[in-house]
Design a protein around this ligand. Structure first.
Ligand code: SF4
Ligand code: SF4
Length: 106
């Protein structure tokens, strides 16, 4: 039995993205399990992590890397793997949240 693929103009329309930039509405940081914690003493601001981050969650200037944007960082860990200076450590989000809670309670 042979199977004939449909030409593109006969394929029904699936999902469409009507507006550019709509991914900003998707706060991917909400499902993060691991957080990249930056060691500022080790960071040389080479910006390699910024090149590799698939979510554009690392704000930078031409000279400096700033703190990760945790609204959008989903904790994939690519930045930590690619950092040549071992300046990023992936820490369980729950561990950080518990520590913050303990500090808040006192
Ligand atoms: S790759 Fe590592 S050393 Fe380079 S800017 Fe990112 S965290 Fe800093
Ligand atoms: S963990 Fe992933 S999403 Fe978050 S800053 Fe690193 S590369 Fe980007």
């Amino acid at each position: 039995m042979s199977y004939q693929l449909k030409p593109w103009h006969e394929i029904p329309i699936g999902s469409i993205v009507p507006e550019a930039g709509s991914s900003k509405l998707n706060h991917t940081g909400s499902w993060r399990m691991l957080r990249p914690v930056l060691n500022y003493d080790k960071c040389t601001h080479c910006l390699i992590c910024w090149i590799f981050c698939p979510d554009d969650s690392i704000p930078v200037s031409p000279q400096e890397r700033f703190e990760t944007d945790f609204e959008y960082c989903k904790g994939c860990g690519i930045c930590a793997v690619e950092c040549p200076y071992d300046a990023l450590e992936m820490v369980p989000e729950m561990e950080i949240k518990l520590k913050e809670l303990e500090e808040e309670i006192g």
